[in-house]
Ligand binder design. Structure first.
Ligand SMILES: Nc1nc2c(ncn2[C@@H]2O[C@H](COP(=O)(O)OP(=O)(O)OP(=O)(O)O)[C@@H](O)[C@H]2O)c(=O)[nH]1
Ligand SMILES: [Mg+2]
Length: 395
């Protein structure tokens, strides 16, 4: 992994009506010609993404969104794309040509407020003067590259002021569960689904987090686990496994040793572990004919043992003994209409940022549909959920 993955970047949505200068603003901030700029209203259609190291914030992902305020059929589709970007935006930059806002602009600000997305307001004046800050607006000229440094400085400062705390000082993934100098064993099965030549994001992040906390990590496949326990002079402080071998781990780990899964660690880091663990309780109440939505964030090509399309449905049918109906979606956001589903099972979301996962949990909760994730669901179906949640003192 050479660069910071998208899921760990601060996602900044650039929003405004068509022709407000959003793409010009992105190009000004990055100092590159990233997005097409033209005076044709509606030039940007799909969200344009650009990753950048934006000092002093660190790694960011700009989202240049489609403009709104055009009532055509294509305009409606552009608006939808803009709203999809809001589901994962950590912060937003609203661009207007005037302090006196039009109705659709006021509606957008109200939407951002209802979604509690921290906001910077920019007036793109299109006149020749130095960028400045006035009241709660930054006034600049997005097309004037000669004033770039001053404009970038103002935006960097403003972003520092509104950036969520957990981006600047990220919480621990598991290092806080183990004392400094402690030992963590990680069980990582290398099966047909494992990517070639590398580990997946949650495993890499977990190893790095232990190293950051001065802990020792021992990584093995299931076949070597018992031998490692035997060889260690003192038991490990924590064992973490891939959810697919959770039953094996629980059966073979002494009850006095804490154990959990990568999925649960990701749920705690990226989403809301309590909500996702509560969602899994709905499994025992499922009835014949209930519909379950399985939501995969990335668009990988499913192989024969695919966890979302094959393993989880098969295990659920077997363990519940009910005649359940499974529907699958892939991509970033959940459908707006969730009526009719009895449970949503979300993938670990390792390619998505925390905001995107929290948006999904909020959408599900608003519709009154329980939501859980793949790993928590597998632990529940294997009857070991309480054991792997023990390290977290949930109510
Ligand atoms: N003179 C001047 N023109 C600007 C400025 N900012 C943007 N423009 C012009 O305004 C037009 C629209 O700019 P874009 O950056 O494409 O606007 P946008 O908001 O991305 O538009 P859509 O993608 O259509 O929603 C272009 O012709 C730009 O050159 C500015 O600060 N000064
Ligand atoms: Mg544009």
């Amino acid at each position: 992994m050479q660069t910071t993955p998208k899921s760990l970047r601060l996602q900044i949505a650039i929003l405004g009506k068509v022709n407000a200068g959003k793409s010009s603003f992105l190009n000004l901030m990055t100092g590159q010609s990233v997005s097409i700029v033209s005076d044709v209203a509606g030039t940007t259609t799909d969200t344009v993404e650009k990753a950048q190291e934006f000092h002093p914030l660190g790694p960011v992902l700009w989202l240049d969104t489609a403009g709104f305020g055009d009532m055509s059929e294509l305009g409606q589709k552009r608006k939808q794309k803009m709203q999809d970007a809001l589901e994962r935006a950590d912060v937003a930059i609203f661009i207007s040509n005037s302090k006196i806002l039009e109705e659709p602009e006021k509606e957008l600000l109200a939407l951002l407020e209802s979604k509690k997305i921290p906001l910077i307001k920019v007036i793109n004046q299109n006149r020749d003067f130095e960028p400045y800050l006035k009241d709660d607006f930054i006034v600049l000229n997005a097309a004037d590259t000669s004033k770039r440094d001053a404009a970038v400085g103002l935006i960097q400062n403003a972003l520092l002021g509104i950036c969520p705390e957990d981006f600047l000082t990220p919480p621990a993934m598991l290092g806080d569960l183990v004392k400094a100098g402690g030992k963590v064993v990680m069980i990582v099965p290398i099966d047909a689904e494992a990517p070639k030549g590398r580990l997946i994001m949650p495993q890499v992040q977990a190893i790095r987090d232990c190293l950051d906390h001065r802990q020792t990590v021992i990584v093995c496949q299931e076949a070597n686990y018992l031998k490692i326990l035997e060889d260690l002079k003192t038991p490990p402080d924590l064992v973490v496994c891939d959810s697919q071998v959770v039953q094996f781990m629980v059966q073979n780990t002494p009850p006095s040793v804490k154990c959990t899964t990568f999925s649960i660690l990701m749920a705690r880091l990226k989403g809301d572990l309590e909500a996702l663990a509560k969602g899994a309780k709905a499994i025992k109440d499922l009835k014949d004919g209930d519909k379950i939505l399985i939501s995969e964030s990335c668009t990988h090509h499913a192989i024969k043992d695919d966890i979302g399309t094959i393993k989880i449905p098969n295990l659920m049918l077997k363990k519940t003994g009910k005649n359940l109906i499974f529907e699958h979606i892939a991509g970033c956001a959940l459908p707006y209409d969730l009526k009719g589903y009895r449970l949503i099972i979300q993938c670990g979301g390792c390619t998505q940022n925390r905001k995107a996962i929290l948006s999904k949990i909020a959408t599900a909760e608003q519709s009154g549909v329980p939501i859980t994730n793949y790993g928590i669901c597998l632990s529940a179906l294997n009857g070991v959920l309480d054991r792997v949640l023990e390290p977290f003192n949930l109510n």
